[in-house]
Design a protein around this ligand. Sequence first.
Ligand code: FAD
Ligand code: NAP
Length: 535
Amino acid sequence: MPQSLDMVIVGAGFSGLYMLHRARGLGLSACVVEAADGVGGTWYWNRYPGARVDVESHEYSYSFSPELEAEWKWSERYAAQPELLRYLNHVADRFDLRRDIRFETRVTSAVFDEAANRWTVTTHRGDRISARYCVMATGCLSAPKKIDIPGADSFKGEVYNTTNWPEAGVDFTGKRVGIIGTGSSAVQTITEIAPHVGSLHIFQRTPSFSVPAHNGPADPEAVRNWRENREANRQAGRENPIGIVAAVFSDKLAVETPAEERNRIYEERWAKGGFAIGGAFADTMMTKEANDTLAGFVADKVRAVVKDTAIAEKLIPRTYPIGTKRFCVDTGYFQVFNQPNVTLVDIANASVTVTPKGVKSGDTEYEFDCLIFALGFDAMTGALSKIDIRGRDGMALKDKWGSGPRTYLGLMVSGFPNLFLVTGPGSPSVLSNMVVSIEQHIDWISDCIAALGQRQMDAIEATPEAEQGWVAHVNEVANMTLYPQANSWYVGANVPGKPRVFMPYPGGVGIYRQLCDAAAAKGYEGFALTSSAQR
Ligand code: FAD
Ligand code: NAP
């Protein structure tokens, strides 16, 4: 007999932990199933050197408990992975969450039984859990991309992957190191290890736009300001287009602003650091002309740092508009290229093969002691597609999403009653400060389940019409922006064979929240609510 619960939650990162806390608050019996042997999700797995948050720590943290917020002190403006993992462990202990988490257990299938109106979740250990509600808190960036470089298994030296870094850490002192990839994970790793390695070869297929974090110890004045205005700040985050208070969005247009004034504004925001620069003008993501002004400004910053002009030009992205891939937020990345022991290998138009001794690109073989892969993720749908999820009439989610993910509001899928997605495709998720988006989804799901109870209903499902309308709306909004122009993981372009669909909702966190709240206020418009008696 399977264990019988009200709710089963898959994943124990920011999403799963908060969902469990809220489920208990609703009086539901619930458990979390987690593949890792600890909580933390992203911050459990990605322990590579230099891993740190790209949003200021006090913003990238839960807001649901003022007490939790008051007692936790961040040591740096942008917390590093060990501190984020400590924070999530503290949350798990403070709210006594561990007793309902099954660690080292991977969910392999989730099957809906229409007659019983219940989900049966099966794990790799053979456990079966039956629950009315199933919440997929499996993460948008938790399924590493398969290493798609020929010969990858042949290297005889030490091999590391940023997505699953050894807990004990790695000593690269004096070693000959190669790293493939130049996305956020690589940028952080490179910056951290470059001072210690013997030599570092960086294999770059596409350069990244990177902006400075200006990280440092937490500023007591900023912390005091944040705390004194906690409620207002949190509300501003929830209403901000990307969920980041520090990224104040202007309604000025770059194209209507004289060049001198525009540059002054960019300089001001560059000095603030992080995503602030993304909000400088309202048209940055709307027209190429506006976008080029920011891309040009950032390119000049690279030129000002990197002494070798040929290398500087190779580090400047030219094949996609700025912001159409998430900015890297760095702490001295471009400075690394002035070090004599660092070599940039441009593989944009060259073949790359891993060999027993290192990496061969074109006719040159580079020999290494250690090789690091920083190749990214099968984003947004990867973790879900690894689970055999079957809804009404045995329909497989994988099949339903064969031409790209389809959801209503990124929260539910037609044909899959009582299955909730946290930060699913069709919601702002990865375009935002994700903790803000996670809390919004968990609160919405919790309120929805409470509302079902009040109405003596026990099933909710997105209608096919609402889902179709939402998918069309997401596409329409995306096509009004420059986002689809990049071969990014937002469109699945990084994974061979993945359908090219813009997955997150680019309409903004604040607007999206209003749409979700409006649907709920109108009696869950776009959803079918039923009771067992009706069925
Ligand atoms: P995750 O933290 O990914 O947790 C999902 C959990 O589900 C994992 O522990 C996984 O093991 C588990 N799981 C998945 N499938 C199964 C299964 N079948 N069975 C059992 N368990 C399963 N976002 C930001 O806003 N700012 C940042 O600075 C930022 N930095 C990031 C840095 C890195 C290196 C990465 C990879 C992502 C970053 N993100 C950032 C995005 C980050 O993923 C989110 O901010 C947030 O941590 C997601 O929380 P989550 O709980 O939804 O998912
Ligand atoms: P990513 O942005 O997808 O970068 C992967 C890198 O690997 C890219 O440079 C890519 O090149 C390269 N690559 C992939 N396959 C390759 C191949 N076969 N041959 C050569 N190069 C290859 O992945 P990521 O760096 O892990 O970041 C993913 C996301 O996680 C980020 O966008 C961000 O949202 C989040 N993140 C945030 C932080 C942070 O600052 N807090 C840190 C890490 C991650 P192409 O571009 O040419 O494909």
